[in-house]
Design a binder for this molecule. Structure first.
Ligand code: CP
Ligand code: NVA
Length: 313
């Protein structure tokens, strides 16, 4: 099963750009590629192709899973540190986009500004994949959805509760969940709620898919009857100086043994990682029987391979 034509050459910047059917198609393809990989069946759909990986922020999972994914697909990956590229010295984004389009077959970028990634995509003639911006982290959500399907057999009708900072992770989860028909609840402190435009977009997609959206400052209210509880760090990359202030503001938003009692008895605990035990999550919860964090991390590889095949093959 190679990409359906409509996804070929598409960018992957935000889940809002994809229909429910397209997202489910990618998740099916991810499951197929995972199964082939486990069985040792070669699937060199990207033989001879090269993916550039631009990083202006740190990464363990994203870098390794994209590099390994390209090798497993028969292609190659090129790590490009933002520090070493001319873009770091002020070369315009449109020029960088047009130059790199002459060498590469696709670009994955992790950076600060979401608008910069949109500009890169506007000027590049090859697919641009968002490996995390300050606003979105869509590849992570595809891995998360693959993990939910593996554990629960479906997405539609399940409730996901995100507790903590209304950040990039929260934004992509909200949009993705509403698109595929999952109920989504966010519990975040005042001042750290998700961006208004994202909440508005989520409500619009939820109205189309028939799911419910709750944004609250009460973490217990958010977690009630949740099938999945998700959290992320309180201070994201680029917010290191706010760490102490945030630890104080987020007190009461830790996912711990007390909070999870409000969820369904068979709830799944998710975290995109890296995690801080004792801050956003207790060690007992993240290392406990309900936690699927390493399946999520593994599925980055498979879900992203599906995106690469669909857009670049
Ligand atoms: N979850 C995630 O994106 O991890 P990295 O920052 O290690 O890539
Ligand atoms: N919100 C986190 C996610 C890391 C994968 C960050 O942006 O640092």
């Amino acid at each position: 099963m190679i990409a359906t034509q409509p996804l070929k050459e598409r960018d992957f910047l935000c889940l809002s750009d994809y229909t429910k059917e397209e997202l489910l198609y990618l998740l099916d393809l991810a499951a197929k590629l995972k199964s082939e990989q486990k069985q040792g069946i070669p699937h060199p759909h990207l033989a001879g192709k090269t993916l550039g990986l631009i990083f202006e922020k740190a990464s363990t999972r994203t870098r390794v899973s994209f590099e390994v994914g390209m090798y497993q697909l028969g292609g190659s990956a090129l790590f490009l540190s933002g520090k070493d590229l001319q873009i770091g010295r002020g070369e315009p984004v449109p020029d960088t986009a047009r130059v790199l389009s002459r060498y590469l077959d696709g670009i994955m970028i992790r950076t600060f500004s979401h608008e910069m990634v949109e500009e890169l995509a506007e000027y590049a003639s090859i697919p641009i994949i968002n490996g995390l911006t300050d606003k979105q982290h869509p590849c992570q959500v595809m891995a998360d959805f693959q993990t939910i399907i593996e554990q629960k057999g479906k997405l539609e009708g399940l409730k996901i509760a995100y507790i903590g900072d209304g950040n990039n992770m929260a934004h992509s989860l909200m949009i993705g969940a509403a698109k595929v028909g999952m109920h989504v609840a966010v519990g975040a402190p005042e001042g750290y709620l998700p961006a208004d435009d994202v909440t508005e977009m989520t409500r619009r997609f939820a109205a189309e898919s028939g799911s419910e959206v709750l944004v609250t400052t009460d973490p217990y209210e958010a977690v009630v009857d949740a099938d999945i509880i998700y959290t992320d760090v309180w201070a994201s990359m680029g917010q290191e100086e706010e760490q102490q202030e945030r630890v104080a503001k987020f007190a009461g938003f830790q996912v711990n043994e007390d909070l999870v009692r409000a969820a369904k008895p068979d709830y799944l605990f998710f975290h995109c990682l890296p995690a801080h035990r004792g801050e956003e999550v207790s060690a007992g919860v993240i290392d406990g029987a309900h936690s699927f964090i390493f399946d999520q991390a593994e599925n980055r590889l498979h879900a992203q391979k599906a995106i690469l095949v669909a857009t670049m093959a």
